[in-house]
Write a protein that binds this ligand. Structure first.
Ligand SMILES: [Zn+2]
Length: 439
């Protein structure tokens, strides 16, 4: 077996974990996973299927690595690209087809076709319209606000779109495409009946599903769970996820898919039950808990997104933006609130000192509220800034998910001009020893 297949096996058996081998992280490379089928483990994954009519490629590349993937695939095969399938319109999945199109023009081959869900072009339009916003939030999500923000401006529109399902034949190989709203509104999962290879897109990423993302648009928890059960019903033997490692063997694949559905359904059921009792968002996010046993599964650790954020997304889908706290309906500016709280407390420095005490006591949540107030009330006070930055730096170090780490690192940097100790530049995916205890 190759490095990626070996690690996939070790992860399943619990010999290592996704804190050491994050779903976005290395090793990267191309390995054979079934007849005529190759899996490129990258930041996002690419699946290659060889047919006598040319290649089928699921998710050719990201805007930042499509050339690397193209070169690697071209070392393996010189067959023309027949069909590319974009599982969804996220920028780590939909780049690279132009490289194959250039090649087709040069060699006088038929042009490759791209198939995707019909909602994808509207997503690309939105990405162009909200270019600056997307640069900022993605820089914050993945890099804690460090590094150079980047967001593409041009996209390869699909040639063929579909609404609910589409079956295609490429060189005698049947390919089933199925739509489900989940991480996005334009998601497609792909199944090859002959090899029983399932390409989930980001409906499975070897981690807690990205169903909560604090800085992105709506996710669809229940439709997601239904899709996972539909996939399981087809009896796939290879699960090739959108990110992270492979799962091989029908029993294992079924278990991973159904338990991920279980997790989403549990969060959904608890959240809706609380909403039906008239709970506020505050009550909901502090009372709904993901089943502990599921979070311990190798493929469901909160290394990227978190159950608490999923709960908020379920609230947003059913409940809108009002959180049930009356002062939040038409609030005073946060700065005015902070100045008033600081006045009552005896100054911003007092708030900052108390924030440090709370941090030392391990109450990160409360410490951060006080740090926010102190910083907002006295943004030019160097001691207050330093304390606020330090608190967010420490909090980032204590978190398990890329999304929380990214936002807290960004806060540490903007408030205190600090980097959290032990956190280097680059995607916030590295882990520290002992983080497993936080799960
Ligand atoms: Zn992705």
């Amino acid at each position: 077996m190759g490095n990626i297949l070996d690690l996939s096996e070790a992860l399943w058996k619990g010999e290592t974990d996704t804190y050491a081998h994050h779903c976005f992280g290395p090793p990267y490379g191309l390995e054979r996973v079934a007849d005529g089928t190759w899996f490129y483990k990258g930041f996002a994954n690419t699946i290659l299927r060889e047919t006598v009519g040319g290649l089928v490629i699921v998710d050719p590349g990201a805007f930042f690595d499509c050339q690397i993937k193209f070169d690697k695939i071209r070392k393996h095969t010189s067959d023309r690209l027949n069909t590319a399938i974009f599982t969804h319109g996220h920028t780590d999945h939909v780049f690279g087809v132009d490289l194959y199109a250039d090649e087709a023009r040069l060699r006088d081959w038929p042009m490759p076709r791209v198939i995707a869900h019909e909602a994808m072009p509207a997503r690309f339009l939105r990405y162009r319209e909200s270019h600056g916003w997307n640069e900022i939030i993605n820089g914050r999500q993945f890099m804690g606000g460090s590094g150079r923000p980047e967001w593409p401006v041009s996209f390869y529109d699909p040639d063929i779109t579909y609404r609910k399902k589409l079956d295609v034949d490429v060189g005698g190989v049947k390919v089933l495409l199925r739509h489900a709203r989940g991480e996005t509104d334009d998601h497609t999962w792909v199944f090859f009946p002959d090899t029983r290879v399932l390409c989930t897109g980001d409906l499975f990423i070897y981690a807690v599903p990205n169903a909560g993302n604090p800085q992105k648009v709506q996710r669809y928890c229940m439709e997601w769970a239904i899709a996972l059960r539909e996939m399981a019903a087809l009896g796939p033997e290879v699960l090739a996820p959108g990110h992270g490692f492979l799962i091989l063997g029908a029993d294992r694949v079924a278990r991973a898919l159904t338990e991920t559905a279980d997790l989403l359904e549990s969060l959904h059921e608890q959240t809706i039950a609380a909403m039906n009792r008239g709970a506020s968002l505050d009550e909901v996010i502090h009372s709904v808990k993901a089943p502990d046993a599921l979070l311990k599964r190798p493929y469901l650790k909160p290394i990227y997104d978190e159950p608490e954020f999923i709960v908020r997304n379920i609230w947003r889908l059913y409940g809108g933006w009002y959180d049930g706290s009356p002062s939040h309906l038409k609030p005073a500016p946060e700065k005015d609130q902070a100045i008033e709280v600081a006045r009552l407390a005896g100054g911003a420095e007092t708030l900052a000192r108390r924030a440090e005490e709370l941090l030392e006591a391990g109450d990160f949540r409360l410490a951060c509220h006080l740090a926010d107030w102190a910083h907002l009330a006295a943004p030019d006070n160097p001691e207050v800034r330093k304390t606020a930055g330090r608190i967010y730096g420490k909090r980032a170090e204590a978190e398990t998910s890329t999304m929380a780490m990214g936002i807290y690192l960004w806060a540490a940097g903007t408030m205190g001009e600090l980097r959290a100790e032990g956190v280097k530049d680059g995607p916030v995916i590295r882990l520290q020893s002992g983080r497993e205890k936080m799960v």
